[in-house]
Design a protein around this ligand. Structure first.
Ligand code: CTP
Length: 224
């Protein structure tokens, strides 16, 4: 019984969405990060499109962009992202976890700048927090994950959907320059906890975001 029900079920109007985007950077010392470089285009396209259609959108981002009508919270590390999402989520109907969280992170950042030596620098990077897994499912919250894969797209995405208890996962094939990471174009397969997958062929990031919004609306309100 959220905004979707009030507006006939085919739109995000009246819903409250929380979206994470960008790659997290994990501190090595006061001036260095290890992490993922991503453009955040897909998540931003979703946030912009949803806000333009009357959703209340909070963007938790490592790549601030000052999008119209979107409340932005800037973060750097996975831990900061988790804290920001935890504070925004109690009021939310939808979580779109489009961020590329660094899978490994230095345990602690050195308190002062590491200086260059003659030998190689060795870093030990324990596994980082799994942000999505920490944001537990609850009634009324539709949780969407993303999976960028170079091979076995559908089976790997299905495994993540189940392991993380998601309602939906958006899987995209990466490794080709024509689409996905950093590109203005994308092609995705959308998988659901319940229901048949949807193939979205190559289209602009904005069009793919629209297809994702429609798929979410249909999955949240299957009767309409
Ligand atoms: N994710 C997360 N925290 C992590 C890793 C991933 O919240 N430390 C989220 C991503 O934002 C994405 C989903 O989980 O929505 C799947 O991310 P992915 O990196 O593909 O999966 P992993 O759990 O890292 O599994 P693998 O390393 O096998 O790819």
């Amino acid at each position: 019984p959220t905004g979707g029900a009030r507006n006939g079920g085919n739109s995000v109007a009246g819903t409250r969405g929380v979206v994470s985007v960008g790659g997290t950077g994990e501190g090595m010392d006061p001036v260095r990060l290890v992490g993922n470089c991503v453009s955040g285009k897909m998540g931003r396209a979703w946030a912009e499109g949803a806000a333009a259609r009357g959703a209340e959108v909070t963007l938790v981002t490592t790549v601030p962009a000052d999008l119209e009508g979107v409340h932005e919270i800037a973060v750097t590390s996975a831990r900061e992202m988790l804290a920001a999402l935890q504070s925004a989520l109690p009021q939310a109907d939808i979580l779109v976890m489009a961020a590329a969280v660094a899978d490994y992170a230095p345990e602690t950042a050195a308190p002062s700048k590491l200086h260059r030596g003659k030998g190689p620098l060795s870093l030990t990077l324990p596994p980082n927090v799994d942000v999505l897994q920490q944001l537990a499912p609850r009634d009324g919250l539709f949780r969407v994950g993303f999976a960028a894969e170079t091979e076995e797209l559908t089976s790997r995405a299905r495994e993540k959907l189940e392991r993380k208890g998601l309602d939906m996962i958006v899987a995209n094939q990466v490794g080709s320059p024509e689409q996905g990471l950093g590109s203005d174009y994308n092609a995705v397969t959308i998988l659901f906890a319940k229901g048949a997958p949807i193939e979205v062929p190559r289209a602009s990031q904005g069009e793919v975001a629209a297809r994702i919004r429609h798929a979410m609306a249909a999955a949240r309100h299957p009767a309409s």
